[in-house]
Design a protein. Structure first.
Length: 444
């Protein structure tokens, strides 16, 4: 077993990781809000997982951006940036695909990754996690909003003293030696302002849109008496993920200091992974979680009449060239031009928003006013086209936009938490041909 720290490059940042043991199977562990790939070995709450898993699998562990030995910059801090980190680590470690084992705040990232890149995930194990933190009209499992809102500030005030981790860690001895270790782990894993920012992002995210698109074998593990993340969250996950199985274990902890508490969790995980040597390529990968961007030139018919066919065609060509350039620059796929606009897909909504903004701003000097609509959902990937309800929703959202306006669905807004993007509420709208009303937001 090697414990050497290696680095993968992700969006200009260095992401620290270690490779332990030998596979197959291959496992990528996605930690909660903080970790430290070297100090993990000194911690009773991380070490058993690494030692146990590396006996039967090749285990890749890493520090998420902003934490541990990875670069302390969060970048935009969005879920798509952090998905890039997972891909970068897998690529650097030589893992074409792997089982994901995600803990607590690592769960939303793992679920979104499994829905977005199904060809790279053989199985998914989720421990003590959630799809959304706060309650909603159709999500009663959420914690009270005032508790969620206060938690990042509480962590920041306590961080570095050894008391911060005790909010999430149970059964740690009340001794000076334990406090000293926890304080050292906190200080090395993250700074107080960063831990608050990370937690604010984590508790605000909503990845429920990803759940129906997870097709790999999925095990959800939760202790019945978890004092931080109630087990009701995992019951909601099992209802939303087709074929997922829930293992409710005895226990009154979220993360425990005691190794005897952790063993049943690792027993369930090992049995699941060893029992599911699934080839991800055999699963359905034509339907994935993707972001759809529609753009449209406002008043195109009037401009075409005023300019004449030749001049209008030249202007459209310049617009289409700009669209291809910007879509490629932001990592998207140009599906097709639509005569006076484009349809493109992205693996993350923040990239789609930034691409739409760049395309709108770049079209203005051409004398063209662009409007755009963006939605994230289940997309059927065809050879040269895309289909599915998400595509229709994106088109309907675009149709609501005015000149220069970029509108998004609530799903998009919920997924770009941490990206620094701002929104204005445009109210609820009935989208033509679609049931229910949809909450729409304008990019500020």
């Amino acid at each position: 077993m090697t414990t050497d720290v290696r680095y993968a490059r992700s969006g200009g940042l260095s992401i620290a990781y270690q490779v332990l043991g030998h596979g197959p199977p291959d496992v990528v562990f996605i930690p909660g809000f903080i970790s430290h790939v070297e100090l993990n070995w000194d911690s009773p709450f991380f070490r058993p997982l690494m030692e146990r898993t590396s006996r039967f699998a090749r285990l890749v562990i890493f520090d998420k951006r902003g934490t541990g030995l990875s670069d302390r910059s969060l970048g935009s801090g969005s879920v798509e940036d952090r998905m890039d980190d997972v891909r970068a680590v897998m690529d650097a470690a030589g893992l074409e695909k792997a089982a994901l084992f995600a803990m607590s705040e690592g769960g939303p990232l793992a679920m979104t990754f499994a829905a977005t890149y199904p060809e790279r995930v053989t199985a998914l194990a989720l421990y003590g996690t959630y799809a959304r933190c706060t309650p909603d009209v159709d999500y009663p499992a959420g914690l009270p909003a005032h508790v969620v809102d206060a938690f990042p500030g509480m962590l920041e005030q306590a961080w570095g003293t050894g008391r911060g981790l005790r909010y999430v860690l149970q059964h740690a001895p009340e001794t000076p030696e334990t406090d000293a270790f926890l304080a050292r782990f906190e200080r090395n894993a993250c700074t107080p302002p960063a831990v608050a920012e990370i937690m604010r992002n984590n508790v605000a995210i909503d990845v429920r849109a990803a759940l129906p698109l997870i097709h790999c074998p999925t095990l959800v593990i939760h202790t019945k008496g978890d004092p931080l993340v109630p087990v009701a969250h995992s019951r909601c996950l099992v209802e939303g993920i087709d074929g997922a199985r829930l293992a409710e274990l005895p226990g009154d902890f979220h993360v425990s200091w005691r190794e005897e508490d952790i063993e049943p969790v690792l027993d369930a995980f090992e049995e699941f992974v060893v029992g599911h040597p699934v080839d991800a390529s055999s699963g359905p990968t034509d339907r994935v979680l993707a972001t759809v961007l529609f753009t449209d030139i406002v008043g195109s018919t009037e401009q075409a009449v005023a300019l004449g066919d030749r001049r209008w065609r030249e202007l459209l060509d310049r617009h289409d060239d700009l669209a291809r350039l910007r879509i490629g620059e932001y990592g998207g796929r140009l599906v097709k031009t639509t005569g006076d606009g484009v349809l493109a897909t992205f693996d993350g909504p923040a990239r789609a928003i930034r691409c739409a903004t760049a395309l709108r701003d770049g079209s203005a000097p051409l004398g063209l006013a662009i409007r755009a609509g963006i939605h994230t959902g289940e997309v059927e990937m065809r050879q040269s086209d895309v289909g599915g309800v998400a595509v229709h929703i994106g088109a309907r959202v675009s149709a609501l936009a005015g000149p220069g306006e970029i509108l998004v669905s609530r799903t998009v807004k919920d997924l770009v938490v941490g990206s620094g993007l701002g929104f204005c509420d445009k109210g609820s709208h009935q989208l033509k041909g679609l049931p229910e009303e949809w909450q729409i937001y304008a990019v500020a």
